[in-house]
Design a protein around this ligand. Structure first.
Ligand code: HEM
Length: 485
């Protein structure tokens, strides 16, 4: 399906017909398939790519799709419209395999050049050996080289599977008579959770509330963190701190993928066994409060910085308030929100931006586009408190720097017990990010009446794979990647 230019939503210097759709708008999805592969015949692949490119959904295409969804809903129709969105991204190994000089992408991005399998050691993933021979404890598929990934999002497995079949035929993997130019490494399917849990990750918390809004693109941002210049997410624009980009590397973005398994029954069991001992709360309420203090939001999405002791679904539903807080309510004691809560670790707002530090964190913002995978909890898992079926998050995020974005958040913030520095005035280390922090896992400040008490944390999230990619522009795909070798 080719993309027709549509009217731009606002004056912007971004060419919305040139940027892949997932980067700025997120491909609309109820389900999403990640197809990881190696390129086995470069010349053939680059010629077959010509036939694939018209399938790629641009930002303009996504905006058109979102408008169609809105119009459909307005008619009161509860069915889903058939819809599919395809994007593609290449790893450094992929560019090397294709004989394309990607020095522009690697020169200031060591994580991208190293590849995530080796970088996993720096991220804190468990494994054996040292870089460049590090072997993380990952699924075997992710221990292989991955050259590229094709993302296919849609309304149903049927729609997505049909598109995947069409793509496989283009690259000669299906019985089309075409010679194959690629080899599948692995295919992973993610699904938005059913019913009331839609939009919630597997621990039960509403996700996708706080993502950077982009100057000139998002015209009516909800109150919250400062808007970012487009170059934080799209290469070659104001805010891109990388080198000057050649034409083919403009209007792209780095895609970080992480295959993150969540120990959900164990997480629930931990909350049950460690309720926050606030006077007046039942054990169940104390457990719920602990969960909220680990994440920084209640399951509804309401931030505990604004509603510290009770969930407030009305606040959660109010776009004017749900992201409008800065963690500045308490100077000394983390009464409102523990310094190490997941959302405070990954976007510390006033902790860094305000005096005395006045540090800009615009370059550390990432656009998160993940989706859940795996089944809902079974009765047996709920009863035993033990995981029997793999489930978690297909974590995906975009930025124009992995070094300042994902890797920085993971290594310098999440895995660092002394971050954010606001806690220093109390002499109490905040601890690790209780969800994603790797290392000596503990957190302080979960008990508002005893901010120095330390809570040791089991591992709730286990990384089992991943890779770094670059998602090129349509022009880059057409004129450089698909050009005859
Ligand atoms: C299975 C793994 C993860 C789970 C269950 C999870 C869960 C959540 C939840 C529930 C929120 C709050 C919703 C929101 O503010 O949009 C959130 C926010 C966020 N997460 Fe995660 N997350 C995971 C992995 C990660 C990773 C690996 C990173 C990056 C290293 C990350 C970075 C962020 C950021 C930047 C925010 C928004 C903070 C803000 O703007 O206030 N998350 N996450």
């Amino acid at each position: 399906m080719s993309q027709q230019p549509i009217p731009l939503p606002a004056p912007t210097d971004l060419d919305l017909n040139n940027i892949q759709g997932d980067i700025l708008s997120g491909l609309p999805k109820k389900t999403q398939t990640y197809f990881f592969f190696q390129i086995t015949d470069v010349t053939l692949f680059r010629s077959q790519l010509v036939k694939f490119i018209p399938l790629v959904k641009t930002v303009a295409g996504v905006l058109k799709d979102r408008k169609a969804i809105e119009d459909h809903k307005k008619k009161g129709d509860k069915t889903l419209i058939t819809m599919v969105g395809v994007n593609i991204a290449f790893s450094h190994k992929g560019f090397v395999a294709m004989g394309i000089d990607d020095a522009n992408l690697t020169s200031t991005e060591p994580n991208f050049e190293l590849g995530q399998r080796q970088d996993a050691k720096n991220l804190g993933d468990k494994g054996t050996g040292d870089i460049p021979n590090f072997v993380p404890e990952w699924e075997p598929a992710f221990l292989q080289d991955i050259h590229a990934v094709i993302l296919i999002s849609g309304d149903s497995h049927r729609t997505v599977d049909k598109k995947l079949q069409e793509i496989k035929e283009i690259f000669g993997l299906a019985p089309s008579g075409n010679k194959p130019s690629i080899k599948e490494v692995t295919t992973i399917v993610g699904d938005v959770r059913p019913g009331k849990e839609s939009g919630h990750e597997h621990f039960g918390f509403l996700d996708g509330i706080s993502n950077p809004s982009v100057i000139g693109f998002d015209t009516s941002p909800i109150p919250g963190p400062k808007q970012v210049p487009a170059g934080v997410l799209v290469t070659g624009h104001d805010g891109d701190v990388g080198p000057t980009r050649p034409d083919w590397a403009v209007d792209g973005s780095y895609l970080t993928f992480r295959y993150l398994f969540q120990n959900v029954p164990e997480f629930n069991q931990f909350l049950k066994e460690n309720p926050v001992p606030l006077p007046g709360l039942t054990p169940e309420e104390g457990s719920e409060l602990l969960g909220a203090r680990l994440v920084g939001r209640w399951k509804s999405g309401a931030p505990i910085d604004l509603t510290p002791f009770n969930d407030d679904p009305e606040l959660a539903d109010d776009p004017q308030r749900v992201n409008n807080f800065r963690f500045q309510a308490e100077a000394t004691f983390a009464k409102m929100c523990p310094f190490a809560s997941h959302i405070r670790k990954t976007l510390p707002r006033a902790d860094l931006e305000d005096p005395p530090l006045n540090i800009s964190i615009q370059k550390n913002r990432i656009a998160r586009r993940g989706v859940q995978f795996g089944p809902e909890l079974t009765k047996e898992e709920k009863q035993s408190g033990k995981t029997a079926h793999g489930r978690g998050l297909l974590f995906a995020c975009y930025s124009t720097s992995i070094k300042n974005g994902f890797a920085f958040l993971q290594e310098t913030w999440a895995n660092n017990a002394n971050f954010p520095p606001g806690g220093a005035s109390t002499g109490i280390a905040p601890g690790l990010d209780p969800l994603i922090g790797q290392g000596n896992r503990m957190i302080t400040g979960t008990d508002p009446n005893d901010p120095s008490s330390t809570l040791p944390l089991p591992e709730f999230i286990v990384p089992r794979g991943g890779e770094y990619f670059f998602s090129p522009s349509l022009k880059g795909l057409t004129e450089t990647l698909a050009a005859a070798a």
